[in-house]
Every structure is written in structure tokens, then in C-alpha cells.
Design a protein around this ligand. Structure first.
Ligand SMILES: NC(=O)c1ccc[n+]([C@@H]2O[C@H](COP(=O)([O-])OP(=O)(O)OC[C@H]3O[C@@H](n4cnc5c(N)ncnc54)[C@H](OP(=O)(O)O)[C@@H]3O)[C@@H](O)[C@H]2O)c1
Length: 288
């Protein structure tokens, strides 16, 4: 991180002299609070993750806040595609099988895909989906046209985008509005063969409702990189459901993340120095 700051033309200095703070620990909001109290002169804070829900209570208008939104888009989109394909083609069951099994699975090719969220991850996923010739619907807060997307809906219409989709991907920010967004009612709107892939945050989904839906065949299955609670405890019902594929929040591993975050830091240090708008600005009103 220090190298990334220097690469951008910045100097790594003592906290009391810092104009900006690059925060690298995604799980220590209290420590950042203490740090900010000691550096009232700092005008900018760069957060490490795309999701900033742990830091929302620290946001203030005295400083500029930027985060890792979009930074990890490529590796996370790759994982979302993998979970979707694996689910639709039956790998949850085949991966656990110990004998030759019945044919199962449907194509992603030519299928209908709904993505909740229209930011960095979605943009990358839509590009990866191009060769699959899917019909893609995106739901986001601001319904602007997106390249490669057939339909863009505003967030209050998310329920309209669930019926008919073969694959539903969650790639949206966690806010008060999107906490628990997918519960029993929403799962019931999905097709019985459809897979839900969550690469955003576990709290978007009501876990108990998902377990019931997976057990009762309300949906085809779920591919989860994130869960609530997280880490998912040993023995949790989700571990033993054959129509559930779980990866342990590895949309971007530390090895993948470090160079990508370093690139963002370098770019933002350069911009900060010449008063240019930073990349990945946090919208204080929306909280992401
Ligand atoms: N699994 C992992 O390892 C991993 C890695 C990185 C990120 N993530 C998670 O994935 C999320 C997305 O990452 P990103 O880089 O794509 O972030 P991003 O560029 O900030 O995108 C966030 C998207 O959420 C949308 N959104 C906000 N509220 C919404 C609502 N009520 N309904 C529908 N969409 C809504 C925003 O809509 P607008 O575009 O209209 O504002 C935006 O498109 C992050 O917030 C983080 O929680 C997970």
C-alpha cells in the first residue's frame, strides 16, 4: 500500500501530518474511528473494500471518502459466472456424488439472467456473459442504459425481474434498503429451476428462508460466495444441501485483491494531488 502511495507521487508520513488516509483493514472500523480522531487535518479517506457497510457510521462531510467499488469487479464476476454455470449444470449434486448419477442441468446458453446491482461487478459480468447470448436484465437504483443489457429496471421494480429468470445474480451494495431483500416472497417469485448466485453480501438474503426454499425445491439452487452469518458455522443446514454451492468469500482472494487495490490507490493519490475527482467516491446520502 505504501508503495502504491509513492507510485502515485505521494509521501507516506506520520498520521499528524497526513492529508489523506489509506485504510487497508476491511474489518476494523473502530480502529479507523480512533485514527480519524487523531488526524482531524486529513481531508480524504480511502477504504479498502467495495462494500463499506462496516464503515458507514464513520462517514462525515468534512472529508472526501472513496472506496474499492469496482476494484474487484473482474475476479468477482468470474466467480459469479462460475457459480451460475456450476449450479445450472448440476455440479452441486455431481460434485458430492459417489456413484454414476441421472442426467440433470440446463443451459446458460441463450438463458435469461437477472442481475441486481449495476456497478463494477455487473459491468464485468455482462461482458463475460456476451458469448452465452443471454437475455440480461439489470436492476439498479438509477436506471441508465447499459451496454450488453437488454432491460434496465429501477430498484423498486426488482420483484418484476425475478420471474422468468434462469439465473439471478446479486451484485448490489448492502444498504438499509437491500438488507434482507431476498426472502420467502422473492424466492417464491423465482422459477423452480432457477439458481440464485450471491457474490455481494450475505445479508441481502434471509438465510432461513433460503434454506426452506432450497429444501422444498422452490428454486433450483443457490451459489453463495457470501453468507449470513459469515463465516458460515460448521454444521449449518446450507452445507449439506446438494443444491447449494458455497465458496468462502473468495470473489477476490488477497492475492488477487492486492495489485488491484494498489492500482486504485495510486490512481487516487495522483488525482488527490491535483484536486481531480477521485475514483470510487462514496455517495454519503446513499451509503455506498
Ligand atoms: N464476494 C466478494 O468478494 C466481493 C468483492 C467485491 C464486492 N463485493 C460486494 O459486491 C457489491 C457490489 O460491488 P461493485 O464493485 O459492483 O460495487 P458498485 O460499483 O458500488 O455497485 C453497487 C451497485 O449496487 C446498486 N444498488 C444500490 N442499491 C440498490 C438497490 N436498492 N437495488 C438495486 N441495486 C442497488 C448500485 O446502483 P446504481 O449503479 O444505480 O447506483 C450499484 O450499481 C459491493 O457493495 C460489495 O458488497 C463482494
Amino acid at each position: 500500500m505504501a508503495e502504491a502511495v509513492r507510485e502515485g507521487g505521494g509521501h507516506v508520513v506520520a498520521l499528524e501530518e497526513a492529508e489523506g488516509i489509506v485504510w487497508s483493514d476491511p474489518r476494523a472500523p473502530e480502529a479507523l474511528g480512533d485514527t480519524l480522531a487523531k488526524a482531524p487535518q486529513a481531508r480524504w479517506v480511502q477504504l479498502p473494500f467495495a462494500g463499506i457497510e462496516r464503515f458507514v457510521h464513520l462517514l462525515d462531510r468534512d472529508r472526501t471518502w472513496s472506496c474499492g467499488k469496482g476494484v474487484y469487479a473482474e475476479p468477482v464476476a468470474e466467480l459469479a459466472l462460475m457459480l451460475g454455470l456450476a449450479g445450472l449444470r448440476g455440479l452441486g449434486t455431481y460434485g458430492r456424488a459417489t456413484s454414476w448419477d441421472q442426467p440433470r442441468g440446463i443451459n446458460l446458453l441463450g438463458g435469461r439472467v437477472t442481475i441486481l446491482g449495476g456497478g463494477g461487478i455487473t459491468t464485468s459480468l455482462v461482458r463475460l456473459l456476451q458469448p452465452f447470448d443471454c437475455h440480461v436484465t439489470v436492476v439498479r437504483r438509477t436506471a441508465a442504459e447499459m451496454e450488453g443489457v437488454d432491460v434496465v429496471l429501477e430498484s423498486d421494480r426488482y420483484a418484476d425481474a425475478l420471474p422468468g429468470a434462469d439465473l439471478v445474480v446479486l451484485a448490489l451494495a448492502l444498504t438499509a434498503e437491500t438488507d434482507g431483500l431476498i426472502g420467502a416472497e422473492e424466492l417464491a417469485l423465482m422459477e423452480r429451476h432457477a439458481w440464485l448466485v450471491n457474490v455481494a453480501r450475505g445479508r441481502h438474503v434471509v438465510t432461513d428462508d433460503l434454506v426452506t426454499a432450497l429444501r422444498d425445491g422452490v428454486i433450483g439452487g443457490a451459489g453463495l460466495d457470501v453468507t449470513e452469518p459469515e463465516p458460515l458455522p460448521d454444521g449449518h443446514a446450507l452445507w449439506s444441501l446438494p443444491n447449494c454451492i458455497i465458496t468462502p468469500h473468495v470473489g477476490n482472494t488477497p492475492e488477487m485483491a492486492k495489485p488491484l487495490l494498489a492500482e486504485r490507490i495510486t490512481a487516487n493519490v495522483r488525482r488527490f494531488a491535483v484536486d481531480e475527482e477521485l475514483i470510487g467516491l462514496v455517495d454519503l446520502d446513499s451509503g455506498y
